[in-house]
Design a protein around this ligand. Sequence first.
Ligand code: SF4
Ligand code: MG
Length: 336
Amino acid sequence: PDSFLSVRDLKVRFSTEDGIVKAVDGLSFDVERGRTLGIVGESGSGKSVTNLTILGLHNPRTSTVDGEIVLDGKELVTATEKELERLRGNKMAMIFQDPLTALSPYYTVGRQLSEPFMKHTGASKKEARDRAVHMLEKVGIPQPRTRFDDYPHQFSGGMRQRAMIAMALMCDPDLLIADEPTTALDVTVQAQILDLLKDLQQEFGSAIIFITHDLGVISTMADDLLVMYAGRAVERGSVKEVLRTPKHPYTWGLLSSMPRLDGDINEELTPIPGSPPSLLNPPSGCPFHPRCAFTGEVPGSRCTDVRPPLADGRASACHLSAEQKQTIFIDKIQPR
Ligand code: SF4
Ligand code: MG
């Protein structure tokens, strides 16, 4: 199938003083136009690295990238820096957690919106200014004509986040990558920004990758969900399927370590025991096996020595069937 963004067997490695870090280790997924793919996982699971690699913003001197990233028919892993720069202006854009990583303190917000637009589209100064004012208005910045000439420090945190979204949308990107875009904001502003992103997607039909550790946010924002662990995808499906009937023990852990969406306060928070694995020396077999309650419970299940594959479509990378896990859960885990 020719999806808009297709990532196949992506591997990103960093050389460090201590050795090679396998930050992303054989990751495949697709994103369609007009849809939002949520990516969740603890920090260090490879979510941010994956997306910086798609944008071509990884450091080529310290990292190696293998596999395929195809955006609208164009292969990105082998693209030149110049081609990537053009694509970042026209086809893909990123919204960061901290707007100050995208906005320079030294230039007015308006200039930072309009100059790249002129460069990428050949628009005149007047056209670029009109477009920037229009986008500032779109993202809900009051008096956009006046605010055009303000510097980022003259904006509140929420307004800066909006300005960065306006900047990302200037060139009408087909792929928008949002990495924890609202984590730093208070709940009310967060809700406004999320609503805004949804409206803009409806209007522009972009494909969105939404990275977060917040499953509550994911459930309102994403259509599809990819759960990452140790640089790999361990579960995928529609958001509804994964959140309602999670299959992978790691996803179970993630879901039970957050407050229940239905507000069931009887449920105790049960954080996943242990910590994320070292990517310098990843565990053999299933990367989750050192933390998994099912490891070693089924004789011959190979959790510790064979890496479980992730099938296409609705799938989870686990050697045990749902029935096996159910039985073990009832017999051994639940009574504890
Ligand atoms: Fe747990 Fe084994 Fe499944 Fe990995 S493969 S999640 S260790 S049961
Ligand atoms: Mg991150």
